[in-house]
Design a protein around this ligand. Sequence first.
Ligand code: BTN
Length: 259
Amino acid sequence: MLEEQMLRKGLKTRAFGSKIFAFETIDSTNNCAKAVAGCGAGEGTVVIAEHQTNGKGRHGRVWQSTPNENLMFSIVLRPKLPPEDLNLLPLYVAVAVSDAIERLAGIKLECKWPNDLLINGKKVAGILIEGSYKQNSIDYVVIGVGINVNQLRFPGEIEATATSLRLEIGKEVDRIPLFREILVSMENIYRNSSSRGFQSIIPQWLAHTHMINRTISVSQQGTVFSGTVKGLSPEGGLVLQTDGAERTVFAGDVTILGH
Ligand code: BTN
């Protein structure tokens, strides 16, 4: 099992991971992180588990992960951001996680708007951000990260679309140094973005994506439309060229169709 002491040993961060709650089994690390954040947990508090009985993905989906093979954790943040900049947070996390994986495992990831990380078009990691407000400003956000590290087989419904670092690199990846590297990367970019403004993440995210000029379809509450990706808006929305008009998307399920 991933234990707090092992995870914290040699961790070169100031706040991220200064408190780690490590579980063998939990319903969802996001749920637990929200509970501790609601009781006042400080910025950088981490909840990590080997197994989730109710692992949550975006849009009410289930996050499936084989116990003891992957990384599933949530971090409490208390960003001083106007609520309209919240859409920049998943972009920040995607850049931080992919940089850390590239440094540690030597493989480049692609960012797929808004919350996915891919290798060769297959999903290797997902991000789920949940927030709580007090008097119209952000009280806390919980950033949940699930990474397929050493899993070799995926259940039928995601078999064709999911992958793991081990499958792509061809060798096992040590999860503990990877976790520490991700925390370092998340803390560094968070501090820079907090002082320079979170918009500074936009060029970094664009440098990590292959989506520009690709045709995509977007599914939003039963409506589906398509367009060509042109870039990001200053608030982190996806700018599309659709039939004769430009349209900025802030939510939805995206499928990359082609060039
Ligand atoms: C997605 O791709 O739909 C988001 C997946 C997020 C999964 C992680 S695993 C750790 C944290 N706890 C959860 O219940 N979900 C996130």
